[in-house]
Write a new protein. Structure first.
Length: 298
């Protein structure tokens, strides 16, 4: 009966730490701060009245109680996930509504044709658009708040998604209008290596790293500011605090005073995908992927 009082969030934290046997790695996987995860596990142990992990300078190990609890915790979470998925599917079918997350660089020139093609394939269905969170770009589709999403890779939790690439866009750089590089028609990565960057939230992990060009610069540039919204991003650039990279489509979607865009000729392209929870086979979702692929090609 005691288990009925334990939240699914605490159980999920317990299973993740049991999988990793490392609190920092488990926190990264869960997209939470490590101190918060440690506190949550201590709370679970207190609620159960059982030590679940043995902590020492050599590392973390499951106690006998933790080993005994782990299979039941996995079963509870699996059952809950299946039940929530079934409930959401029933609600979605009744409403004839597909919930789609999207990245801020995906403008109406793509979104509108995708929706039009999807509704032709599925008459009577509606698309509910949900703007993505910069700190966790794939979070909505990973936790079930969205059925699919138009995302730019890489993203945290990507291993739990199925994806289809619909477009590859060149990377550009956003500069203050008075910047020394603004007089050029294009730039190279070497020109940006010593520049301060405006960064996305640290919690976005590989997504942030890609737009800092760490994959090609070989190291993280100096970070002038970390922002969580489009308005803050543009304000930081326009006021000369730093520069930032963006997809070519964003240069058309977002035009702001005090900001200019230049092509980064040797930067690898950004990959735009349709993403959905791994393993899902759904005719409605398949039609949305078809609509997005066709719209992007045109």
């Amino acid at each position: 009966m005691l288990m009925l009082d334990v939240s699914s969030r605490l159980l999920r934290y317990f299973v993740t730490v049991a999988d990793e046997l490392h609190f920092t790695q488990a926190a990264e996987r869960l997209h939470v701060a490590q101190p918060a995860l440690s506190k949550a596990i201590r709370r679970l142990e207190k609620e159960l009245g059982l030590p679940l992990f043995a902590r020492s300078r050599h590392g973390v190990a499951l106690t006998p109680a933790g080993l005994a609890l782990l299979p039941a915790a996995r079963a509870v979470l699996a059952g809950l996930d299946q039940g929530l998925h079934a409930a959401r599917e029933a609600q979605r079918a009744a409403a004839a509504e597909l919930r789609v997350g999207y990245h801020s660089s995906v403008g109406p020139d793509l979104l509108q044709p995708v929706i039009e093609r999807f509704t032709r394939l599925r008459p009577g269905w509606q698309v509910e658009l949900r703007a993505g969170d910069w700190s966790d770009p794939a979070g909505a589709v990973l936790d079930g708040r969205a059925d699919a999403a138009l995302l730019r890779l890489p993203v945290p939790g990507q291993q739990d998604l199925d994806t289809v690439t619909i477009r590859r866009d060149r990377r550009w750089v956003a500069l203050p209008a008075g910047h020394r590089l603004a007089a050029r028609d294009s730039v190279e990565l070497a020109d940006l290596a010593r520049e301060p960057f405006i960064a996305l939230p640290a919690g976005s992990g590989p997504f942030r790293d890609f737009w800092l060009a760490i994959d090609q610069l070989g190291q993280a540039p100096a970070i002038a500011a970390e922002v969580t919204s489009t308005d803050d991003w543009f304000e930081a650039i326009a006021t000369g605090r730093g520069i930032a990279m963006l997809a070519e489509t964003s240069t058309r979607v977002h035009q702001r005073a005090g900001v200019v865009y230049r092509l980064v000729t040797d930067a690898s392209p950004s990959e735009l995908v349709v993403a959905w929870p791994a393993g899902r086979t759904d005719p409605v979702l398949r039609d949305f992927v078809t609509a997005a692929t066709e719209a992007a090609r045109r």
